[in-house]
Design a protein around this ligand. Structure first.
Ligand code: F6R
Length: 604
């Protein structure tokens, strides 16, 4: 997830920006840059990779070494690639002719704006959506010679979610800012007149005391000793712990990542989900030509997202779809045929087994797509095309937001392919688009729901194991629920298709065997109900998750009434994640770094 910093004051601006960017490293990034302004003097530094690469460039500059501290203001950025590769050219700040901008978020209408500005004679050098902002500003300024008005006109034209800082020689003592969607905080420094900007508290702690967390739609202009906002703002006191700030006040990164799912899926959909269509600019137009089968390959949680997608692909595209665990696929001497589209799913893009499976498919001449969270990772470099999740860095070892964004992306791809193949009509597509737009609401963590999971967790700390059961897409969700629980609680848990219990596993049923039953209203409710009744008759302890009351369960978690099983899916996902986390907390385990596990599995 990108990070922004800015500074106005009398201290060493270069050093403050670099230090600020280091504090934002936890958000994940693949390139970084700063721009500095003092009167007519404008300087910029950019580097791919770690901040220390940028720091080396800044410090090596002999004309203006960092210690001179001559710049009165500057802006900086860490970039997590979404539009265009992580290169220096694509790194922020982006230059017009006399202005620089840094931006966090996505400009949805950048293509239209770019075309308009290109026709007006503006020259673009990067592949990013951000560059249009600075050109738009200069386009207006060239007409009016009024920087304030031009900034206002610029933000009026932008669609999407964004936070922006802009500096310009045309008003060299000021930083323009705007927040709409992505976070931005402004703080008054401890020294006179100083102003700091940052995407989160971490860079501000120790340097400032009072802070404003901008609300959406607030813009303004800052100079030393002067701060103007477009509307009223509320000042608060900065927290004092950096780690607390990095976790946005949550106890664990996993908890933060569960809570931010509702926001990151908005980024996942942005620019791809249009008013009445789905578009994937990153996929070649004739991707389905000659394709009769889809094969998905992944590991762990990503495999569960793949299994979920296999139901959606077959249902919506009418193309045969199979899913394989990458470590199995590699050694089974698989039959590869060129009419198969090969999709790998991976948060990290580095998982050794999935990467090798992808290489095998490539060598076999198959078309391939990587659904991945990390641009420029090994898989994105091997695959023919990449669809990025845009989930931001995932720090908790137990994957949460990667799974929700993977599922959203794959569901959208199923609809996109369905439309190309003509297997879904426009009415169906419009209904599904409406449902997709409701996903953030289903992923929202209600206080009452979290509290219910916390209270229930104390009843499930013993016993000889858990069964998570579900049908259809709720079967992979059951697998995912069981995996989350075993990873961080170290309790034995298995996911099963509910209809399969009677073929063996039901022999284990007794009061010390806990069954977590996923009972959606809109997908085979009666079938799963009778499966759960069979377990209840054998005295298994049952926790049912459903929008419909179910009397035979020992515990019950009520989910919202919706009109689509995928909305139930996402709400139940949140329940399962919170439930596992609260059990792990009660057991005193390390939630973010469970024993024996690594975030990226780069060995076989
Ligand atoms: C579970 C988890 C793992 C990963 C698996 C694949 O919480 O994180 O099961 O899903 O190691 O990793 P990626 O998605 O990076 O290929």
């Amino acid at each position: 997830m990108c990070g922004i910093v800015g500074y106005i004051g009398k201290k060493n601006t270069k050093q403050i920006l670099i230090d600020g960017l280091k504090e934002l490293e936890y958000r994940g990034y693949d390139s970084a840059g700063i721009a500095l302004l003092e009167g007519e003097k404008l300087e910029v530094y950019k580097a791919v990779g770690k901040i220390k690469n940028l720091e080396e460039k800044v410090l090596c500059n002999q004309i203006c070494p960092a210690k001179d501290g001559t710049f009165s203001l500057g802006i900086g950025h860490t970039r997590w690639a979404t539009h265009g590769k992580p290169t220096e050219l694509n790194a922020h700040p982006h230059l017009g002719v006399y202005s620089y901008v840094v931006h966090n978020g996505i400009i949805e209408n950048y293509k239209e704006l770019k075309e308009e500005l290109t026709n007006a004679g503006h020259n673009f050098v990067s592949q990013t959506d951000t560059e249009v902002i600075v050109h738009l500003f200069e386009y207006y300024f060239n007409q009016s010679n009024d920087a304030k008005l031009s900034f206002h006109q610029t933000i009026e034209r932008l669609e999407g979610a964004y936070s922006i800082l802009l500096i310009t020689k045309s008003m060299p003592d000021s930083i323009f800012f705007m927040k709409h969607g992505s976070p931005l905080a402004i703080a008054k420094g401890n020294d006179d007149g100083e102003i700091y900007f940052a995407s989160s508290d971490a860079p501000l702690i120790g340097l400032a005391h009072d802070v404003v967390y901008l609300e959406d739609g607030i813009s303004g202009i800052a100079s030393i000793d002067n701060l103007e906002f477009s509307d009223e703002v509320k000042w608060s006191i900065l927290p004092s712990s950096k780690l607390f700030a990095q976790k946005d006040g949550f106890r664990f990164f996993m908890e933060k990542e569960i809570y931010e799912q509702k926001d990151v899926v908005v980024d996942t959909m942005m620019g791809r989900l249009k008013d009445n269509a789905i578009e994937f600019d990153e996929l070649p137009p004739h991707i389905l030509d000659g394709i009769n089968e889809i094969k998905i390959c992944a590991c762990g949680t990503s495999f569960h997202a793949g299994l979920t997608a296999s139901y959606l692909f077959e249902r919506l595209t009418k193309i045969r779809c199979s899913v394989e665990i990458a470590s199995e696929f590699r050694y089974k001497e698989p039959l590869l045929s060129k009419d198969t589209l090969f999709i790998v799913i991976s948060q990290s893009g580095e998982t050794a087994d999935t990467l090798e499976a992808l290489k095998m498919a490539k060598n076999g001449g198959l078309k391939s797509i990587a659904v991945c969270n990390v641009d420029n990772s090994s898989m994105t470099r091997v695959a023919d095309a990449t669809v990025l999740l845009r989930a931001g860095i995932e720090k908790g070892v137990a994957s949460t937001k990667a799974f929700s964004t993977q599922t959203v992306v794959l569901w959208m791809m199923a609809l996109y392919f369905g439309k190309i193949k003509g297997s879904i009509d426009n009415k169906k597509l419009q209904d599904e688009l409406k449902t997709l737009k409701a996903v953030p609401n289903s992923l929202k963590v209600e206080n009452s729901l979290h509290e219910k999971c916390r209270r229930l967790s104390k009843r499930y700390l013993h016993g000889h194991g858990f069964f998570f059961i579900g049908r259809d897409v709720f079967y992979p969700l059951a697998l995912e629920g069981a995996l989350k629980l075993k990873e961080i609680s170290y309790l034995h848990a298995e996911g099963y298709p509910a209809g399969e219990m009677k073929h063996g596993p039901i022999a284990l049923a007794d009061p010390e065997l806990f069954t977590i039953a996923l009972m959606p209203q809109h997908l085979h409710y009666d079938k799963i109900k009778s499966n759960v009744e069979e377990l209840s008759a054998r005295d298994s302890t049952i926790c049912a998750i459903s929008p419909l009351p179910f009397e035979l369960s020992d515990d019950f978690i009520l989910t919202k009434e919706t009109n689509h099983y995928m909305l139930e899916f996402f709400e139940m996902l949140v329940v399962l994640q919170l439930f596992s986390m609260e059990i792990s907390v009660r057991l005193g385990n390390d939630v973010d770094m469970p024993r024996n596990l690594a975030k990226s599995v780069t060995v076989e």
